[in-house]
Design a protein around this ligand. Structure first.
Ligand SMILES: [Zn+2]
Length: 351
């Protein structure tokens, strides 16, 4: 079979799309004929070796959807022909955090595509518990773009920040995967949503996702804009995944008693923190990463029923995965990039 893989870390040109050994299907695993794979910034970090997967060569990809083509001896829930999407969370199931239902805090937490072999390949062997059934009529290309970003945004907002109706929420980078998911989730809960992005076109997409207030962060200071819109009060919740470039502004944009929830730091991991802003305003700073199986089920049900819509900015053949990484790294376009196996690629189908 063919797979997207790399033998060494580096720039996008280390990515190959070539023959790779077929996966072996364990007794509790399902062989999936992959029809689409969603790209995430995580794929870029893993390619760069931050972190390094357990072994090289490494097959990329945490998000994927396809059709079941074979099942292991002990698999009970799936049969050939089922339409499935991958839940990339791997956890031990027996540590103190797993036993509390906090699987994303597992002491042995791993992700498909990050620590272990990914699914951007013609065939992928996945544990039966790491699959969700995709209802008939739901497009596999669209659904492949959803799990990682929607589950991340769902846990940030619903579980960690505990957003309530009428909360004011600022979402940074609303044109990215997590950002555009966060705008939709906050709007769906009845929050008033501020979205930042770097062009009018991206901001119009953010409006389509449910944002009430649009801020072009290259044209204006987002914290001042938020304060101005709220008569100096600030917002109840800030969705942070940018880091150094926005951290101080996020502390300023939060209202007294506000919550900053962070899942990443794409612009840099060590910003200065003005501590008086934290204690004087009595801010809560909340970390969040990935999601529990229950959270994955909850948010994917709303993707399947159309409440949430993953935006796909481009569909490319898997052989053009280097180009997909460049699009993510340059923040080109709005939403996710999806790759499909070259033999299945029909350019007219994704216009
Ligand atoms: Zn565990």
């Amino acid at each position: 079979m063919k797979a997207v893989f790399f033998e060494e870390h580096g720039s996008a040109d280390v990515l190959q799309y070539d023959e790779f050994p077929d996966p072996e299907v364990g007794p509790e695993e399902v062989l999936v004929e992959v029809k689409a794979g969603g790209l995430n910034h995580l794929d870029v970090w893993t390619r760069k070796g931050m972190p390094s997967p357990e072994e090289l060569p490494h097959v990329s990809g945490s998000d994927g959807a396809g059709i079941v083509s074979e099942v292991g001896d002990r698999v009970t829930r799936w049969e050939e022909g089922d339409r499935v999407v991958v839940d990339p969370n791997l956890y031990c199931g027996h540590c103190e955090f797993c036993r509390k239902g906090e699987e994303s805090m597992c002491v042995d937490y791993k992700m498909i595509g990050e620590h272990v072999r990914g699914v951007h390949s013609e065939l992928a062997a996945v544990h039966e518990d790491n699959l969700l059934e995709v209802p008939e009529g739901v497009d596999l290309v669209t659904v492949a773009a959803a799990p990682l970003v929607f589950m991340t945004a769902w846990r940030m907002l619903i579980t960690r920040a505990e957003i309530q109706q009428d909360d004011s929420v600022l979402v940074h980078g609303a044109s990215g995967g997590v950002g555009h998911a966060a705008v939709q989730i906050a709007a769906n809960e009845g929050c008033e949503v501020w979205a930042t992005a770097s062009s009018d076109e991206k901001l119009e997409h953010a409006r389509d996702c449910g944002a009430d207030h649009l801020i072009d962060y290259e044209e204006e200071d987002f914290a001042k804009a938020v304060k101005s819109d709220t008569d100096g009060r600030g917002v109840d919740v800030v969705v942070e995944h940018v880091g150094e470039a926005t951290w101080d502004g996020s502390l300023s944009a939060a209202a007294r008693g506000g919550r900053i929830v962070t899942c990443g730091a794409t612009s840099g991991i060590s910003p200065e923190t003005n501590i008086p802003k934290v204690f004087w305003k009595q801010l809560d700073i909340l970390g969040s990463t990935m999601a529990t199986p229950g959270e994955v089920d909850a948010v994917m049900a709303k993707v399947f029923d159309g409440t949430f819509e993953p935006y796909v900015r481009a569909v490319l053949p898997m052989s053009e995965t280097p180009r997909a990484h460049e699009m993510l790294e340059s923040r080109e376009g709005f939403g996710s990039v999806v790759v499909v196996p070259d033999d299945d690629y029909d350019p007219d189908a994704y216009a």
